[in-house]
Design a protein. Structure first.
Lengths: 960, 567
């Protein structure tokens, strides 16, 4: 009795089950002859070196079997060590066979994930793919995009249906827009929630935006850099994308735009392994704009671009023993942009450890620490500028008959000399960011586990910008100006939750209940100085050299902010399965946020989903798996600015004035999503995939509107109206060939989406503002009842120099986004190719529109036009369809035996953005300059964008 | 296994669930505000507030003047809709390129074909109603026992009342409806017609006894007693229009006219202003302005560094013409005036043109270079900025001769098609780069290195208007001789020949000569019944266009505003 109790207390249900199975297998063993039996020991790990506890090891054609322990170690007694073959299997991996050939020790590493039954991270838990009832896409590190990649989102590009990833520009480290299942909000706040090793991040910009140093009414206002640049892609093990509401509702008020869960690599027990991954590459401008006269004269695009060298070095050490595993890594990434002076350097250090303590490893502690230092070098470009101080527009408009330097070696005169502008400009942002978390789990009783997660995310960014003393024309500022801005942000998380697994016959339950508290703090500071005493001393080296405490544009006294917001949540989920036949999940999260109005402090976000595995009833069919999923859920979008519900006053140069009106009723946007999906796998996963239909209806959209007049301020409201995104996502994977020497896999993904807005009050919102002479302030897009977000509303070019009244013209958002991926292996050679494309959208070439009226050089397209109507018109709309050969990698892995001390070595060459099939005449059809009006987003406008690079690199992986 | 069941049954799980769901509330979710002031704190700040603090509070009431009265906003509604200003779409020699189309804004303004979605209408509305709101906000804050006990409050409270009436008048004149908050009930209301007029007059009457007299150091930046009286006179002068906006003829009551005469006479006799002797100095930057402050009653006060565009002169001048040496102080080649206005002038009137250097080839002392002022027609000569090779270039230094004198030569628009800068009197809505006579009324001043630095204070009220309002009121009361005397007093101060007789046509013409480009023309044209007439590139228009439509945003935000007739 006593003994049983102890057993009950110390053994988790899972371990018990494993033990039971093992005992069963062992009991069956004696039937075999044991005369020649030999003990074989070894380890089982994942391709990334993670120990695979519970992996099954079986002797082929026998009933002899064993399981790997928590550290992935196994011990098995085989009848004939010379002739026997071991069969390794584990959930989520393709079963493999290894002939022992006399070996008594073996370090086995699974080489292929089983796409149909991988482990999927679902939020507060992991599940097997076959158990999942929501729409979740996963990507393991093996299938990440290769190449010079600054941020994790790009690893996913064109790999996952329903996820559209667009870089705002080709600048190193530029902001990346990720939209999952369409645009659900009118305003910013269409970004998914990012959760790194269980710590949800804030989506607020953590680097200061650009200051206006030039002294015009626009100038140098560009979007901040991507906040996820601090993560080293090489440290990422897997990325899971929760798409439908039944999956995201567990993240409540932050789930409506989808959730991206990033899991970093962990160590494995066994011999410490050291690995080095590195590459060196070079980038050139992929496509230039075909400007008039550049064949014979000065091509100013050549004068400011360069071959950008990029190199990246990663060193990681991983290992462990029975009580602890660890992984530590260091990386250095240095990318020079294709425009001179633009660059991104990143240093990261990362360490994580997993510790087991208490008898029977009842306590497990995970410690993760990521520290990074990023140095961004920017160029003077602007999303909304006239040419004053803007590089790209000045480069394009510059007269090709003019040379860069005059006879005396000075910058040639004329409208702002672009090379001189770049020379006078300095823009350096340094960001330090530390993300640390400790999570622990304690087995309280069989099946019952308590978990805690304590996380902190801290960043500090300082941006220094300078337009040094110069004699450039058009800038009209000869005495230097300097701006210093900082953002200091932190995010503290505490989560406590309990899980309980219970099985009764074919019924199994899994319960989750928890509480979370999170606090975000953001401080900013900004100071502008001008009038250098000594022109040769840079403001970055000695700000005291600038003698005036105002910027070139005047009126900029030192400025600062401090904002805090808090989020408290409780959540619960029940998963139920009946055998493997019926799977169901019900969840609820309640979020209380300080951002919500006091009359709506708490929001409740329910979800339910059910799946039916037809394949369980189709024994003997060609289907390995066939599952129908149906899910429904409600999620929220709480991307309301801090203080939006509060009536406050502000002290400015213009006195004290009301900032905004109170709205104690203000609340999150609600997204209600219905999803039906089909997962299938045929003929031993020769063909597999999934199809999902979704209908996502966002209600109560947030908008900043005029208050009842007379009012100084505006107010935040939840508008009556809906934004509906509907679509179909298809993912199709196939193993066309799969032999020992040769494998060929092809996968295709595509997403069809439509978007429509309903405004019962007949409201019309205009956005997508243009900059430039004759078009300044022109709004190109309309958001109104019956049309989609991103709809262009412009006069139609009549072909005779005139244009019509404004009309609906098409959308800046593609209705079809697709990707094609090919993977092949032949002996030691590996090959991967990624094609990505979109269709159905148009791009407004605002750069051409600008140049047409500016008075400098123009593109060939403009020069060739017989007539162009004045102002903005459909003349400047071009097809946005493209197909890009995004990535091509060819690698060779040296045979393991070739060098004794080497466990593996691979060399590879990768080409990125090798070719784009497009009719678009701007730099690149994948573009979206942020030209929102009043925060209401536009889509598909291209203005003064940073050109995109074509990159070739060679890389080396070494595992010691 | 039996033990397991009892240890953790379903009951226990549900208990735990309930427990955890009870956890909320352990965090205080009330939002803390750190970098802004909450409502209660504003009132606390007003007790024992220093005069400087109160001035800072009052400054928020003046803020909506900028950029509304300093940029192309109020100007567009009052001048670009009139017979004095036009902004044509300027084609290049290659007609597929053009300037100044700006989404068709100037076309609809000139041809009176705007609708409620026009962006300028929304911007002006938004600024003016913001002024009303700011003033009401400060009055409300002042309306506490603690604040009212503050001795520094009195004149400032009156200032805010006066500014409130000013914004109300401006929005009423344009849109015929005034969004307002009833000070007693706190409710949002919309005032129109007689009710709006009564409220404005009662605010001004309350303010006048407490307002400060003119403050020379501030050059008309402060809303003074004279400003309040000028505004009140202007309301009475236009009251006949405001009560019956769409009629083919207005009736101006004797009572209103005598109010105008009384108020204007009080200003002329008691407030200490006098007419400037050098007309164009009224439109110079602050540095030259002090000599003229005796005439300036109220201005939109721009300080260097503020974003006050040099809209009124930079916008008219060709890109080939430069205001100062080295620094891209060029023109934008936009606005011009209409041929009928040019033709209406006696060109010997000093208000027509001021020569600061001879408009002919030659040389001048660099220190003496200033743009010529007034209305410019024909070929322009001036200094040309050049690079080291002597080629014209924006931002270069002016070409000099061997003696360091500026070379004055025929100007070309080298930033466009390099055509001679030859302002043609004639203009149409779609024109070339040189069409239209140009109005250089305000100085193109360059107080700082930045292209946008300016000290120009656009004029809102000045003494000349007081004379001409009294003259008009006399004329409308049948006292043509009295009217003629006031008009000629003004003309004499300007150095123009005396008129021998006066009638409404001549009265309106005189207002044009005196106040062109000063944002009064639309109101004047309506009052004289000419606003809907045809003129260059404009057909006769619908009387409904005398009132602008309520912008769509405002209609959506308000439960009280009604769209004006005809929109």
């Amino acid at each position: 009795m006593n003994r049983e109790l102890t057993l009950n207390k110390v053994m988790s249900l899972r371990r018990l089950l494993l033990l039971g199975l093992f005992l069963g297998l062992w009991a069956a063993g004696p039937a075999m002859a044991r005369d020649f039996e030999t003990k074989v020991v070894g380890t089982v790990t994942s391709p990334d070196g993670l120990p695979l506890a519970g992996a099954t090891i079986r002797v082929a054609n026998t009933t002899i079997g064993a399981f790997a322990d928590l550290e992935g170690r196994f011990e098995i007694t085989v009848p004939n060590v010379d002739t026997d073959t071991l069969v390794f299997s584990y959930v989520g991996y393709v079963t493999e066979k290894v002939a022992l050939a006399g070996r008594t020790s073996l370090a086995f590493v699974f080489s292929n994930y089983d796409a149909m039954d991988e482990v999927v991270v679902v939020g507060y838990a992991n599940r097997r793919r076959t158990e999942v009832t929501g729409s979740i896409a996963s990507l393991k590190s093996d299938n990440f995009n290769g190449g010079v990649i600054a941020s994790p989102e790009q690893l996913l590009q064109a790999k996952v249906p329903g996820v559209r990833i667009t870089s705002a520009s080709g600048e190193p480290g530029a902001a990346v827009n990720v939209s999952i299942r369409g645009a659900g909000s009118l305003r910013s706040g269409n970004s998914p929630l990012y959760v790194i090793d269980g710590v949800p991040l804030s989506n607020e910009a953590i680097t200061p935006g650009s200051a206006n140093l030039v002294g015009s009414n626009a100038g140098n206002v560009a979007a901040p850099k991507n906040p996820l640049n601090f993560l080293n892609p090489n440290d990422i093990q897997s990325i899971d994308v929760l798409k439908d509401a039944s999956a995201t509702a567990i993240y409540g008020s932050r789930g409506s735009n989808g959730v991206i869960l990033i899991t970093t690599k962990k160590g494995a027990s066994g011999r410490a392994g050291l690995s080095y991954n590195g590459y060196v590459g070079t980038s050139t401008i992929a496509r230039k704009i075909d400007m008039v006269g550049i064949d014979t004269g000065t091509d100013w695009q050549d004068e400011v671009t360069q071959n950008g060298l990029a190199h990246n070095h990663n060193l990681s050490l991983a290992g462990g023993d029975g009580n602890a595993t660890y992984r530590a890594s260091l990386s250095y990434f240095d990318q020079n942009g294709i425009i001179q002076k633009s660059a991104l350097q990143r240093y990261t250090g990362r360490i994580n450890a997993t510790l087991y303590a208490l008898p029977s490893d009842r306590l497990k502690l995970d410690i993760n620490l990521i520290a990074s230092h990023i140095v961004d070098n920017g160029i003077p470009r602007s999303d909304v500028a006239d040419t004053d101080g803007e590089l790209i527009t000045n480069v394009l408009a510059a007269d090709p008959t003019r040379s860069v330097f005059d006879g005396n070696g000075n910058y040639s005169s004329g409208p702002t000399n672009p090379v001189g502008l770049l020379d006078a400009w300095n823009d350096i942002t340094k960001t330090d960011r530390v993300l640390a978390n400790i999570s622990g789990s304690l087995d309280l009783a069989p099946g019952l586990k308590y978990q805690i997660n304590l996380g902190i995310d801290r960043s500090n960014a300082a941006r220094e910008q300078e337009l040094g003393p110069n004699n450039l024309e058009g800038i009209n500022l000869n005495n230097g100006s300097y701006n210093f801005a900082t953002i200091d942000a932190s995010n503290i998380l505490l989560e406590n939750y309990l899980t309980y697994d219970r099985k009764a016959g074919k019924n199994s339950f899994n319960f989750l209940v928890g509480h979370a508290a999170q606090q975000f703090t953001l401080n900013s500071f900004n100071i502008a100085l001008s009038n250098y005493q000594i022109p040769s001393i840079s403001g970055l080296d000695d700000p005291g050299n600038a003698t005036s405490l105002v910027g070139a544009n005047g009126g900029s006294n030192p400025d600062g902010t401090k904002e805090v917001n808090k989020l408290e949540s409780v959540f619960a989920r029940v998963n139920y399965s009946f055998g493997q036949l019926i799977l169901a999940s019900v969840s609820m999260r309640a979020d209380g946020s300080s951002k919500f109005g006091e009359n709506n402090r708490w929001g409740y976000f329910p979800a339910a989903s059910v799946a039916y595995r037809l394949s369980e009833q189709l024994s003997g069919s060609t289907f390995d798996d066939l599952k129908i999923r149906v899910g429904w859920g409600q999620t929220g979008n709480q991307e309301i600015p801090n203080k939006a519900t509060q009536e406050t006053f502000q002290v400015t140069d213009n006195g004290i004035s009301r900032v905004r009106e109170a709205n104690p009723d203000l609340k999150w946007e609600v997204s209600t999503q219905f999803n039906v999906g089909l997962d299938f796998s045929l003929a031993d996963a020769r063909l597999y995939g999934n199809i999902d239909y979704f209908n996502r209806v966002n209600t109560d959209p947030l908008l900043l509107v005029d208050s009842e007049p007379p009012a100084v301020s505006q107010k935040w409201v939840n508008l009556p109206g809906t934004i509906t995104n509907q679509g179909v996502e298809i993912y199709l994977g196939s193993q066309l060939v799969n032999t020992d020497d040769f494998s060929l896999n092809l996968d295709l993904n595509g997403t069809f989406t439509t978007n429509v807005v309903s405004f019962p009050d007949g409201r019309e919102i205009f956005t997508g503002v243009l900059s430039g002479r004759s078009i300044n302030g022109t709004l190109t897009q309309i958001i109104r009842d019956g049309e989609g977000i991103g709809t262009f509303y412009l006069p139609t070019d009549q072909g005779d120099g005139t244009s019509s009244e404004r009309e609906i013209q098409g959308s800046g958002i593609p209705n079809f986004v697709y990707g094609v991926n090919v993977y092949a292996n032949w002996k030691g050679l590996d090959f991967a190719m990624n094609l990505s494309g979109v269709s159905g959208n148009v791009i407004y070439n605002a750069t051409d529109n600008f140049l047409n009226n500016f008075g400098g050089n123009v593109s060939q397209r403009i020069a060739a036009a017989a007539s162009i109507p004045p102002g903005a018109s459909s003349f400047f709309l071009e097809s946005g369809d493209f197909l890009r050969l995004s990535n091509l990698t060819l690698g060779y892995s040296f045979p393991d035996e070739s060098v004794e001390w080497l466990q593996g070595a691979r060399i590879y060459v990768t080409g990125q953005n090798l070719y784009v099939f497009t009719e678009y005449t701007g730099y690149d059809p994948e573009v979206d300059t942020p030209v929102a009006v009043g925060g209401n987003l536009s889509y598909g406008v291209d203005f003064a964008s940073y050109p995109r690079a074509r990159t070739i690199l060679v890389g080396l992986n070494l595992n010691l | 296994m039996l033990r397991l069941k009892t240890f953790m049954g379903m009951k226990n799980i549900s208990m735990m669930l309930v427990l955890i769901l009870l956890l909320p509330g352990c965090m205080n979710l009330t939002e803390e505000v750190f970098d802004e002031v909450e409502v209660g704190d504003v009132e606390a700040l007003l007790e024992d507030a220093s005069p400087e603090f109160l001035d800072n509070l009052v400054a928020s009431v003046y803020a909506p003047l900028i950029p509304n009265f300093t940029e192309r906003l109020y100007f567009n509604l009052q001048e670009s809709t009139s017979d004095i200003s036009m902004t044509p779409t300027r084609l290049w020699l290659d007609p597929s390129r053009s300037d100044w189309f700006d989404g068709g804004r100037y076309v609809v303004l000139h041809t009176h074909t705007w609708d409620a979605s026009e962006a300028t209408l929304n911007s002006v509305w938004s600024n003016l109603q913001g002024g009303i709101a700011a003033a009401l906000e400060v009055l409300d804050a002042f309306d506490t026992p603690a604040a009212l006990a503050n001795p520094a409050l009195g004149p400032r409270r009156a200032e805010v009342q006066g500014m409130l009436a000013f914004y109300m008048w401006a929005i009423f004149d344009l849109y015929a409806q005034v969004p307002y908050i009833d000070l007693n009930s706190g409710e949002n209301v919309v005032l129109s017609g007689q009710v709006a007029i009564d409220e404005m007059i009662s605010l001004l009457d309350a303010a006048i006894p407490n307002l400060r007299q003119k403050d020379e150091a501030l050059s008309g930046a402060l809303f003074s007693r004279a400003a309040a009286k000028t505004l009140k006179a202007r309301i009475h002068l236009n009251r006949g229009v405001y009560l019956d906006r769409y009629n083919s003829a207005f009736s101006f009551s004797g009572e209103d006219m005598s109010q105008v005469i009384t108020l204007t006479t009080e200003i002329l006799d008691q407030e200490g202003y006098s007419l400037a002797t050098d007309y164009f100095r009224l439109f110079d930057g602050d540095s030259d302005n002090n000599a003229a402050t005796d005439e300036l009653i109220f201005v939109a006060n721009c300080e260097a560094g503020q974003t006050c565009n040099r809209a009124f002169t930079a916008m008219v001048m060709s890109q080939g013409q430069f205001a100062a040496d080295a620094g891209s102080f060029r023109g934008w080649n936009g606005f011009c005036t209409l041929p009928e206005f040019v033709d209406s002038w006696d060109t010997s009137d000093p208000r027509y043109f001021e020569e600061n250097y001879p408009n002919q080839p030659g040389t001048i002392d660099p220190a003496s270079y200033q743009l010529n002022r007034g209305i410019q027609v024909g070929v322009q000569h001036g200094p040309v900025p050049v690079d080291a090779n002597g080629d014209p270039t924006e931002g270069g230094t002016f070409k000099r001769d061997g003696n360091g004198q500026l070379v004055i030569e025929e100007l070309r628009n080298f930033l466009r098609d390099n055509q001679v800068v030859d302002y043609a009197k004639n203009v149409e809505l779609t024109s070339n780069q040189w069409a239209g006579a140009r109005v250089f009324k305000y100085e193109y001043d360059t107080p700082g290195p930045g292209r946008w630095d300016t000290d120009i204070n656009p004029v809102i009220f000045r003494l000349a208007d007081v004379y001409l309002m009294r003259a008009e009121a006399k004329l409308r009361s049948g006292d043509a001789a009295g009217a003629l005397e006031d008009v000629n007093t003004l003309r004499a101060a300007r150095g123009a020949a005396a008129l021998t007789d006066i009638d409404p046509d001549k009265m309106l013409a005189e207002r044009g000569f005196e106040f062109y480009w000063e944002m009064q023309r639309r109101t004047d044209l309506i009052r004289f019944g000419r606003f809907n007439n045809a003129w260059t590139s404009k057909a006769a228009s619908d009387p409904n266009k005398r009132v602008f439509p309520i912008p769509l945003n405002a209609l959506a935000a308000s439960s009280n505003l009604q769209q004006n007739q005809g929109y």
